[in-house]
Design a protein around this ligand. Sequence first.
Ligand code: GLV
Length: 327
Amino acid sequence: MSGAAAELLVTRAVFAETLAYLARHGPVEDNQDDRPLAPNELARRAADKRGLVTALTDRVDAALLAAAPRLEVVANIAVGVNNIDLAACSARGVMVTNTPGVLDESTADLVWALILGAARRVTEVEQELRAGRWTGWRLTEWLGVDVHHATLGVIGLGRIGRAIARRAAGFAMRLVYHNRRRLAPELERELGAAWLAKDDLLRESDVVVVQVPYAAETHHLIGARELGLMKPSAVLVNAARGGVVDDQALAAALASGGLRAAGLDVYEGEPALHPALLAQRNVVLLPHVGSATEATRRAMAMCAAENAVAALAGRRPPNLVNPEVWR
Ligand code: GLV
């Protein structure tokens, strides 16, 4: 479907019901072939639009905004908005929205898949089996580390971080966290979470999960120095954003025995992976599927669509990230 009069561009493939909902509110230009649009093609197709429904693979920057003078709203199908230059959007009065809340539990589930998968070497040993190298049970082979009764350290106890933390009770874990600002004491009590300075959390945790947005302040939040503070038996998990962890430093720590294992869903420069990470067996590598359940991806797409429709109808979108543009 591609209408000349479309005021809204959906940059990547979405679900049929998402398009049907959008089409009820006005003509829509879609990309159901799901070919990622190069910046010049995105700019060309955005040129006459009032709204964009974007994916985290789209870069929305000053150049795109300059090419799209009618633009009023960018509705990102993601909770993270690091693919969007927020300051440039705000300066132009363009509303930016995200999809918070609907993906917390599914993402937390996936983080636990990474925790358990890395600690118990799930994908590594499955590869051994598939390669025909399983010759029978052995007492001393393919040993992992225990998750139950260990210490879980969450850096970034926001909505998703708290969903991750709540699951730790089932594993009888000690829970510590680091946020720049401490949570309210009642919330700490409810979660059973103790605040620690970042370096202390890294020293004391058996499993470290980073769950912070990517921004200049969180670039390489976990680098060589931080990895050096962690226990050699520890596991690191990042399903937040590439760039929060220094992938090269992580690969070096995994190779040298500085760190036991890691579980990753996101990468610097994805979909390319650092070759040193690919060479390591003690890391579970997933292709950015944190929120990828049938129900959650549908909810995310609909959430973005509702934000776009509200904005284009002159209503304040429910998930406005830059409220300063709302008059
Ligand atoms: C996914 O990575 C998201 O930010 O929603």
